[in-house]
Design a protein around this ligand. Structure first.
Ligand SMILES: *[C@@H]1O[C@H](CO)[C@@H](O)[C@H](O)[C@H]1NC(C)=O
Ligand SMILES: *[C@@H]1O[C@H](CO)[C@@H](O)[C@H](O)[C@H]1NC(C)=O
Ligand SMILES: *[C@@H]1O[C@H](CO)[C@@H](O)[C@H](O)[C@H]1NC(C)=O
Length: 693
C-alpha cells in the first residue's frame, strides 16, 4: 500500500518546517497546470487549502483534473545526497527548497535550492500553436530540468524522474503493459492498458491509446521499470538505474509499476546543464461521430495527417523543443503585452492562467485539409461539443485563430445537415465525449433560444474575422431556420433554461432574450453578406422592433440606480447582462443597442458587487468568471477594472484546490456546492482581447 506524505507536508508547512517560503508570481492559483494539453493529458498540482499543499511541487501528488493521482516523481542527488523535487512518494528523501513559482500562458516554472549547493529550474511547458496545426495536433507536453551550481563549487548531480501506470488508466485495478526502446536519439517507455477499449473512459481518463514517457538517449542515461519501491530506491541509493525491464505485466496498483529515467551530470558548475522529458498519449482514432451517412464513423487524431505512427509523432515532438519553445515564448509575450495594455497586471494574471486550460479541453481531429476540433465540457459533465460551452470559450479562439470556430462548429453542422436531428432549434451538444453520436430522437437538453442565438452569432463572428462568406452560404438554410425560431421565441422566451442551467429554468429571462435578439440582428447581417436582401430587411426589422420592446420589458427604470432585471416584470431582480457582449463583438455598436444601456449597467454593477465578483443574478451569490469578463469587456473603464480586480483576487484567495473553476461563491471564493473545474469556458477571460479594434 502506498501512503502519501502530502498530509504530513501540509502540517509541517503550516509550522514553516519543511519548506522555505516560495514566492508565487503572478499569483498562487488553485491548481498549477503541469501537463495540460488535451482532454486526456490534463495533469495539475493541487494548491488550494481544500486539499493542496500550498503550491509546492515536492510533497504533493500531481492529479488528473478529476482528482485521480497521476504519480510523477522527481528526485535529484547532489554529491551522493538524494532529495525529492516532485511528488509525494512515501519514504522518499527530503524535499528540496522551492524558492519561486511562476506561470505564463504556456509554462509553469519552479525554482529550487538543493542544500545551498545546486539550483534547479524546472519548467513544464504545454505548447499552444493554433495557427500551426501540425504542432497543435501533437498530444504531448514537455518537462525541462536545468541544474547549476549555487555555491561556486562543482558538484556531481544525478536527475531522476518517473511516472506511474496511473497515467494510462483511470482504473487502478486495470492491467497495463509496458516497454522500453530508443529511436531518433530519444529513449522512451511506452505504457498502455492491456485491454484496449476504444472510445471508452475510466473515471474520465482514456481507456485506449499508448503513453510515451521520453528523454534523450545517451551514455549518462539509465532506465528501469519495476515497483515504485525498487526503482526509486535504486536511484536514491545508487544514483543510477538498472537498465532493466520488469516483465511481469500487472495492475496499476499491484506493487505500483513505475517507469524511471536517470541522467548523470559530472562536475556541474555555474553554467546550467539540462535534461528534457516529454509525456504524451497517442491514439490513432480519437472520436466516434454520427456525421455524414447513416452510421457512426471513426474520426482519426489530427497527428495522423502528418506522421505515419505514434513513435514518429513522439520523436518529432521531443526533438522539436527549441522551435516549440520559441513559439511558446511568442505566445507568452503576445498575451502579456496585449493583456497589460488592455487592463494591466491583474488582467494578465487571469488571461495567462486560462490559455492551457482552454486548449486542454480540445481534441484536434480529422485531416489537415478538413480539421475537426472536438470539445469536452469537462467536470460539469462530459458532454461533447456543447454549443453553450463553445460560445463562452470563443474569445481566446478568436484571439489566437478564428478558424478554430469553424473547426468546432463543423461537427455540429455536419450532424444536423445530414438529417440526424429532428428539431427546428439548434442542437445543444453531440453526446458524451468521445462519442459524438448526436440525438436522432431530438432528446437533447432543451436550451433552444440559447443555442440558436449562439450558433448564429458564432457563425457571423467567424465569417467576419476570416472573410469566409462562403461558410454562411453553405449553412444558410439552417441559420435561417434557427433565426425563424428566434423570431418566434426570443422577445418573450418561454419558461426554459439558459446556459446557466444550474440556476434553474425561468420564463422571460432578460439576458436570454437579448441574446436571441442580437442573433436576429446577426442573421440580418448574414443575409446581407450572402446577398439575400429580403431576409436582410425582414430579420433586421424584427430585430430593431424587438430591441426597442426589450428595453421596455427588461429594464427597471424606476430603480436607483436603474438596471436590467433577471426576468421581465421582476423589478427587484437583477443579473449580469453578459449577452450584450455579442453586440460589441459583432461590431453592431450603439446604433443597435443604445449606449444608455451600456452606461446604465456599468453604473449599476458596482452597487451589487460581492467580495470576489458581481453575482450572476439575484437567485444566488454565485459568480461566473467567464460571464464577468464578457461584462467587463464592454463596461466603463472603472467598472471593468473592478471586475478584473475581483477575479484576480479570487485566483489568489480561493480555498479550492482544483483547476480554475468558472463558478464560485462571490462571498467565500469557494465552490458553491457544484465543482466545475478545468472547463474551457475560461477562454472567455479573453473577452477584452477579442473585440474588433
Ligand atoms: C533559472 O532561474 C533563475 C531565477 O529565475 C534565472 O535567473 C536563470 O536565468 C534561470 N536559468 C535557466 C537556465 O533558465
Ligand atoms: C414559428 O412559429 C410558427 C407558427 O407557430 C411555426 O409554424 C413555425 O414552425 C415556427 N418556426 C420554427 C423555426 O420553429
Ligand atoms: C412574459 O412576459 C410577457 C410580456 O410582458 C407576459 O405577457 C407574460 O405573461 C410573461 N410570462 C410569464 C410566464 O411571466
Amino acid at each position: 500500500m502506498r501512503l502519501s506524505i502530502a498530509a504530513v507536508a501540509q502540517v509541517a508547512l503550516t509550522g514553516g518546517l519543511v519548506h522555505a517560503a516560495s514566492t508565487f508570481s503572478p499569483a498562487r492559483p488553485p491548481a498549477i497546470p503541469l501537463a495540460v494539453r488535451s482532454p486526456y493529458i490534463n495533469t495539475w498540482l493541487p494548491v488550494g487549502k481544500d486539499g493542496g499543499n500550498g503550491g509546492y511541487l515536492a510533497g504533493e501528488w500531481p492529479q488528473f483534473w478529476s482528482q485521480h493521482t497521476n504519480a510523477w516523481v522527481g528526485m535529484i542527488r547532489v554529491d551522493g545526497t538524494p532529495y525529492t523535487w516532485m511528488g509525494a512518494a512515501a519514504d522518499g528523501p527530503a524535499a528540496v527548497d522551492q524558492t519561486d513559482f511562476s506561470y505564463t500562458s504556456t509554462r509553469s516554472t519552479f525554482i529550487m535550492n538543493v542544500g545551498g549547493k545546486v539550483g534547479m529550474n524546472i519548467t513544464f511547458m504545454s505548447p499552444v500553436t493554433p495557427n500551426d496545426l501540425k504542432r497543435q495536433s501533437l498530444t504531448f507536453s514537455y518537462l525541462d530540468v536545468a541544474v547549476h551550481s549555487l555555491d561556486g563549487s562543482t558538484h556531481d548531480v544525478e536527475v531522476y524522474a518517473d511516472i506511474s501506470g496511473e497515467w494510462a488508466s483511470g482504473d487502478d485495478s486495470a492491467v497495463i503493459e509496458w516497454d522500453y526502446s530508443t529511436a531518433s536519439g530519444v529513449a522512451y517507455h511506452t505504457i498502455s492498458r492491456q485491454q484496449q477499449n476504444e472510445f471508452a473512459e475510466n473515471n474520465e481518463q482514456a481507456a485506449w491509446g499508448t503513453w510515451y514517457w521520453a528523454t534523450a538517449d545517451g551514455d549518462s542515461l539509465t532506465y528501469q521499470s519495476g515497483s515504485d519501491v525498487d526503482v526509486r530506491g535504486s536511484f536514491a541509493n545508487n544514483g543510477v538505474l538498472a537498465n532493466s525491464k520488469d516483465t511481469n505485466f500487472r495492475a496499476v496498483n499491484n506493487q505500483w509499476p513505475v517507469f524511471g529515467f536517470t541522467k548523470g551530470f559530472e562536475s556541474v558548475g555555474t553554467e546550467s546543464v539540462s535534461t528534457l522529458f516529454s509525456i504524451g498519449l497517442t491514439q490513432e482514432n480519437a472520436i466516434s461521430f454520427l456525421g455524414q451517412g447513416e452510421g457512426l464513423t471513426t474520426v482519426p487524431s489530427l497527428w495522423k495527417s502528418y506522421f505515419s505512427n505514434g513513435l514518429d509523432a513522439m520523436t518529432f515532438f521531443y526533438n522539436d523543443y527549441a522551435t516549440s519553445s520559441g513559439l511558446a515564448t511568442d505566445l507568452d509575450n503576445r498575451v502579456a503585452s496585449d493583456s497589460l495594455s488592455a487592463a494591466g497586471q491583474d488582467y494578465l494574471t487571469i488571461t495567462s492562467l486560462s490559455v492551457r486550460q482552454t486548449f486542454g479541453a480540445l481534441q484536434f481531429c480529422g485531416t489537415d485539409s478538413a480539421p475537426l476540433v472536438f470539445l469536452k465540457e469537462i467536470s460539469s459533465n462530459s458532454d461533447i461539443q456543447t454549443v453553450d460551452v463553445i460560445f463562452p470559450s470563443i474569445p481566446l479562439l478568436i484571439y489566437t485563430n478564428p478558424k478554430l470556430l469553424a473547426y468546432l462548429m463543423d461537427p455540429l453542422y455536419i450532424n444536423q445537415e445530414s438529417g440526424h436531428y429532428p428539431n427546428t432549434n439548434a442542437i445543444h451538444d453531440l453526446g458524451t465525449f468521445p462519442n459524438a453520436k448526436g440525438y436522432p430522437a431530438g432528446n437533447d437538453e432543451l436550451m433552444p433560444v440559447e443555442e440558436c442565438g449562439n450558433m448564429i452569432i458564432m457563425s457571423l463572428a467567424y465569417a467576419q474575422r476570416t472573410s469566409d462568406t462562403a461558410y454562411l452560404n453553405t449553412h444558410y438554410k439552417l441559420l435561417k431556420q434557427w433565426a425563424g425560431y428566434l423570431v418566434n421565441d426570443s422577445l418573450v422566451p418561454a419558461n426554459q433554461i439558459s446556459t446557466d442551467d444550474f440556476a434553474g429554468p425561468l420564463a422571460n429571462q432578460t439576458n436570454l432574450a437579448i441574446k436571441g435578439i442580437i442573433g436576429l440582428r446577426a442573421m440580418s447581417e448574414i443575409a446581407k453578406l450572402t446577398g439575400n436582401s429580403d431576409d436582410e430587411k425582414s430579420f433586421g426589422d424584427t430585430a430593431t422592433s424587438y430591441i426597442s420592446q426589450w428595453q421596455n420589458l427588461g429594464i427597471n427604470q424606476a430603480a436607483n440606480p436603474p438596471h436590467t432585471t433577471l426576468s421581465y416584470g421582476d423589478g427587484d431582480s437583477h443579473g449580469l447582462l453578459y449577452n450584450l457582449y455579442a453586440n460589441s463583438l459583432l461590431g453592431f455598436g450603439t446604433s443597435f443597442v443604445p449606449q444608455s444601456v451600456y452606461d446604465m449597467q456599468s453604473a449599476f454593477y458596482p452597487t451589487v458587487a460581492l467580495e470576489y465578483g458581481v453575482p450572476l443574478d439575484t437567485r444566488h451569490s454565485w459568480v461566473k468568471s467567464d460571464w464577468m469578463m464578457f461584462a467587463a469587456a464592454i463596461a466603463s473603464s472603472d467598472t471593468r477594472d473592478m471586475f478584473i480586480k475581483k477575479l484576480a483576487n479570487f485566483i489568489s484567495a480561493t480555498p479550492t484546490n482544483r483547476p480554475l473553476t468558472d463558478l464560485y461563491d462571490g462571498n467565500t471564493g469557494d465552490f458553491p456546492g457544484i465543482t466545475f473545474n478545468a472547463r474551457p469556458v475560461v477562454g472567455g477571460h479573453f473577452a477584452l482581447l477579442a473585440l474588433p479594434s
